[in-house]
Design a protein around this ligand. Structure first.
Ligand SMILES: Cc1cc2nc3c(=O)[nH]c(=O)nc-3n(C[C@H](O)[C@H](O)[C@H](O)COP(=O)(O)OP(=O)(O)OC[C@H]3O[C@@H](n4cnc5c(N)ncnc54)[C@H](O)[C@@H]3O)c2cc1C
Ligand code: FES
Length: 335
């Protein structure tokens, strides 16, 4: 059995089966809905049910429900299943219309250790394939049991078929343990790519504040390199937060961009290091110290969920329009 979903304000419609979520049905049929984790954690897929009935098959396991007000019709579309025809209000993202995600086998081309707990992976798409993606998007690695693990693309959208990931070791983590202990050059992985609505909005010319926490540097690197390659005149201030100096695992690259006059750069360490003469504390707090009025800026932030959540609240309280706050929170994968 299937139902029909109509979207406002775009006026599109698509069908939905009773055993799929609204987001899955939308993406399957080329709709350009916003989304992040696809596992009910980040809240990026929020929409509003104008008419019709939905339900959540695993309601107790959807942290993002705490972020919405169901009384006003708000819903987490990556977990909502239709019980009738629906009319929903959702912010379609026109740039995603040119992006089609699909599954690929990829070969591990290179594995480099960037720090004690960060590995750089280069994955090669099959011959004659390249990935059409937007700087900032992520991919999913598909494990043998069908579960997914998400990682941001650190390279720029070039047609060379090579994908770069920065992978932090989660001790005891199924996939990242295997990356640190077993993965070999020429191993084959399966991926779904590209994914997500965290990407550089190129129609805006607002000055950029880019905030990375740990391996949240990966998509920020992609965005910066893309802007540099495009000879963009947008002002860029990069903030990179890490526990210690080792966590700034591509600090030299950031310093090279500074030396080339491409960016301003503020690395911020949260743990005391005697030899560190730079900024200390929480990275999002440092942004507020430097920019007490954020109203003229666009902010892109990526990394730990707690950092992203605190930044959204505090940046918007300091004048940043919510429509100029873009984030990917590195949630655990529950899918
Ligand atoms: C959109 C998106 C993009 C991401 N991009 C990146 C990226 O570029 N680089 C990167 O390093 N990570 C990234 N992450 C996080 C990454 O997906 C997880 O760290 C990864 O899935 C862990 O897989 P695992 O199999 O090793 O751990 P699992 O076996 O899934 O988890 C084992 C246990 O470790 C804990 N755990 C899992 N993930 C995390 C985490 N992120 N932080 C703290 N504890 C955790 C949980 O307690 C979990 O039960 C991203 C996440 C999302 C949603
Ligand atoms: S909660 Fe739905 S995409 Fe993250």
């Amino acid at each position: 059995m299937s139902f029909t979903v109509r979207t406002q304000p775009s006026g599109h419609s698509f069908s939905i089966e009773t055993d799929e979520t609204v987001l899955d049905a939308a993406l399957r049929q080329g709709q350009t809905f916003p989304f992040g984790c696809r596992s009910g954690v980040c809240g990026a897929c929020k929409g509003r049910i104008v008419s019709g009935n939905i339900h959540y098959p695993d309601e107790d396991d959807i942290p993002a429900l705490a972020q919405i007000n169901p009384k006003t019709g708000e819903a987490i579309l990556c977990k909502a299943v239709a019980h009738s025809d629906l009319v929903i209000e959702v912010n379609n993202i026109p740039e995603l219309a040119q992006i089609k995600s699909q599954r690929y086998p990829v070969k591990v081309k290179q594995i480099n250790r960037l720090s004690d707990d960060v590995m750089q992976l280069f994955l090669q798409l099959p011959p004659d394939n390249s990935l059409n993606f937007l700087a900032g998007q992520y991919i999913d690695i598909i494990l043998n049991d069908g579960s997914h693990r998400s990682f941001s693309l650190a390279n720029t959208p070039k047609n060379d078929g090579l994908l770069e990931l920065h992978i932090r070791h989660i001790k005891g983590g199924r996939f990242t343990d295997s990356v640190f202990n077993d993965l070999q050059k020429n191993d084959i992985l399966r991926i779904e790519a590209p994914l997500g609505s965290f990407f550089l909005r190129e129609k805006s010319d607002k000055p950029l504040i880019l905030v990375a926490g740990g391996t949240g540097f990966a998509p920020i690197k992609s965005i910066i390199q893309h802007l540099i390659d495009a000879d963009s005149s947008r002002a860029i201030h990069l903030y990179w937060g890490a526990r210690d100096v080792v966590g700034l695992y591509q600090n030299e690259l950031a310093q090279t961009w500074v030396a080339q006059g491409k960016i301003q750069y503020t690395p911020v360490l949260s743990e005391q290091e005697d030899a560190w003469g730079g900024t200390k504390g929480w990275v999002h707090q440092q942004v507020l110290n430097d920019y007490p009025d954020l109203s003229p800026y666009a902010v892109y932030i990526c990394g730990a969920p707690a950092m992203v959540k605190a930044a959204k609240q505090d940046f918007c309280a300091h004048g940043l329009p919510e429509s100029d706050f873009f984030a990917d929170a590195y949630e655990f994968n529950l899918k």
